[in-house]
Design a protein around this ligand. Structure first.
Ligand code: 13P
Ligand code: 13P
Ligand code: MG
Ligand code: MG
Ligand code: MG
Ligand code: MG
Length: 372
């Protein structure tokens, strides 16, 4: 069995929150090459999306392994040191703890891991997003694995016709549930249509019994209890031979659907699919970006990635994203551009309420007293 792990963190932005600095990338590449030559990893690829640095790794140690997680944490500590030396913005932003203890759960970095028995040909897509949250994958995953208007294979491929099982996490109550699709797809949608709380963690093929997709499901604001930036999620999706074809996996991103994140983690904005060299959200710290790196995994080796959104057939989606961004921006501080009060990453409301408490007066005739 091989395991694919994408582990990512924002360890400091160049400039502001818009990119990872080339020196941070170079540091991570050196360490990744060492980890491969020392035998910890089979293969590794260093990538970024916006200000988030991602380690894409193949190894034989299984998910949640302390050696792999510990390696990633040490890399992020080193790239944090680079950020400190260069004065990059928010050095070590996503590292919530100085001491590593076993695995990365609750420590800040995000990770998606998928254990697999390599098929004769194993096409795998690694998605990296910046300026949004893990629930951003809900809509595209639903379309890939449950919507026949997106995925022709659900109708015409006998290995896909039995459908897929979606594992959903409730991030508020830390519990999980599985939905069998197609027959439970309306139930599934009731939950995953609320992506701030309910997040698809994995998808499994009913016919093949194999995991087809895995996402990072951490929510930093829930871990830290204060603003530490959006979680900027990652996702692994396997393709072909009874799973959605590469083009069926990419197709949902032509919508440039609206997600939570963007400026100060507190705005709705469209998710723009871009080539890796365009993944630098600058306008209003957005629009949020998604990059898709395709690997043809072979005997545990990742090989060279293909930059799958570097394709003019996504130009219309990018243009739609710009149009939607223009429209939403004109709402300024109003919802639904600004997130509802409970989902804001930043708020002045508590301070304002303290200062203004005495100025609130009862509405004449109201039963409830002011300020209560
Ligand atoms: P496979 O069943 O060989 O994956 O073929 C599907 C396909 O690639 C159609 O685009
Ligand atoms: P990041 O989570 O990408 O650092 O974004 C933080 C932010 O506030 C952007 O405006
Ligand atoms: Mg940042
Ligand atoms: Mg980021
Ligand atoms: Mg972030
Ligand atoms: Mg968050």
């Amino acid at each position: 069995m091989a395991t694919l792990s994408i582990i990512k963190a924002d360890t400091g932005g160049w400039v502001g929150h818009s990119a990872v600095h080339p020196e941070q990338l170079a540091t991570a590449k050196v360490r990744a090459e060492e980890a491969v030559s020392e035998g910890l990893l089979m293969d590794a690829h260093v990538a970024s999306c916006g200000d988030d640095l991602a380690l894409v790794m193949s190894h034989r140690l299984g998910p949640d392994h302390p050696d792999v997680h510990g390696f990633a944490y040490r890399v992020f500590q080193e790239t944090t040191a680079v950020a400190q030396r260069l004065g990059l913005y928010g050095a070590g932003q996503d590292l919530l703890s100085d001491a590593f203890s076993g695995n990365l759960r609750g420590m800040g970095p995000g990770y998606a891991e998928l254990e697999l028995e390599e098929r004769p040909s194993e096409p795998v897509l690694c998605f990296l997003a910046d300026k949004t949250e893990p629930g951003a994958w809900n809509l595209p995953l639903y379309k890939m694995f449950a919507d026949p208007f997106n995925t022709a294979g659900l109708v015409i491929d006998s290995k896909m016709h039995a459908g897929f099982v979606f594992e959903v996490f409730d991030l508020y109550e830390e519990k999980r549930i599985e939905f069998r699709c197609s027959e439970e797809s309306y139930d599934l949608l009731m939950y995953i249509g609320a992506p701030a709380r309910y997040v698809i963690h994995s998808v499994t093929s009913r016919a093949l019994g194999i995991t087809a997709a895995a996402t990072s499901t951490q929510r930093l604001s829930l871990i830290a209890g204060k603003y530490v930036g959006k979680d900027d999620p990652v996702m692994i999706v396997r393709a072909q031979s009874g799973l959605p074809a590469v083009g069926e996996i990419l197709e949902p991103f032509t919508l440039a659907h609206t997600v939570a994140g963007c400026m100060r983690g507190s705005h709705h904005a469209p998710l723009m699919p871009v080539a890796a060299d365009q993944a630098h959200p600058s306008r209003f710290d957005g629009p949020p970006r998604v990059v898709a790196l395709g690997f043809q995994l072979h005997e545990g080796m990742l090989g060279m990635p293909r930059d799958l959104f570097a394709d003019p057939s996504f130009d219309t989606a990018r243009s739609t994203a710009n149009t939607v961004m223009d429209y939403l921006r004109r709402h300024g501080p109003f919802e639904p551009h600004r997130l509802p009060l409970e989902d804001l990453e930043y708020t002045t409301m508590h301070d304002l309420e303290a200062v203004l408490a005495r100025r609130w007066q009862p509405i004449p005739g109201a039963k409830k007293a002011a300020g209560v």
